[in-house]
Design a protein around this ligand. Sequence first.
Ligand code: AMP
Length: 215
Amino acid sequence: MRVIFLGAPGSGKGTQAKRLQERAAIPQLSTGDLLRAAVRAASPLGKEAQTYMDNGRLVPDGLVISLIVERLQQPDCSKGFILDGFPRTGAQAVALEAALAERGTPIDVVINFEIDQKKLVERLVGRRICPHGHGEWHIAFNRPKKNEQCDVCGEPLVHREDDQEEKIVTRLAAYNNDTAPLRKFYRERGVLKNVPAEGDLDEIGRVIRSLVGAA
Ligand code: AMP
């Protein structure tokens, strides 16, 4: 099962990708998580990506495409994967399609997270993430078990630099300009499925599982 989660920042892609990863035993490939890990490791990629990320701008296509194409070659992707936050531009979508066509393993379904954009700011300013990439929570809607600590490793959760209100405006503009047109790209390929992404997380997860055939 090869799935793309498409949606604006804060639409719940990461939370649902983690849930589906557990249920379907296929990896979540989050370019945001991979890039944040590169920044933490201060690798050449991390150093190049950091300024873009801190300012809420998209990292250049070439960097992100090679990162994900390399990741897709790992053995754990052979049974499928959930792409979370990739592709985000037309060039990324075309490069992904070409890389998968070479192996005869096209995308099966693209889940489009539908949400009123007015809700996104509230979701993002209240979001807290594990500094070691174990997941994300929300101070009001999806609280961790212990106050502001990661449920997996216990580390204090952090508020992402790019989840500050002024950066969110830039990120939503990038989504509207560069990423939203991908809905048409995938609709034309007959793989786009819309999911209302507001409301109960378990219910949204059930809808997604039924659409990807993992019920
Ligand atoms: P995310 O965790 O998906 O919200 O991503 C955080 C940041 O990483 C984004 O605001 C971008 O700066 C960068 N990023 C993640 N995925 C991509 C991508 N597919 N293309 C370009 N930049 C990306």
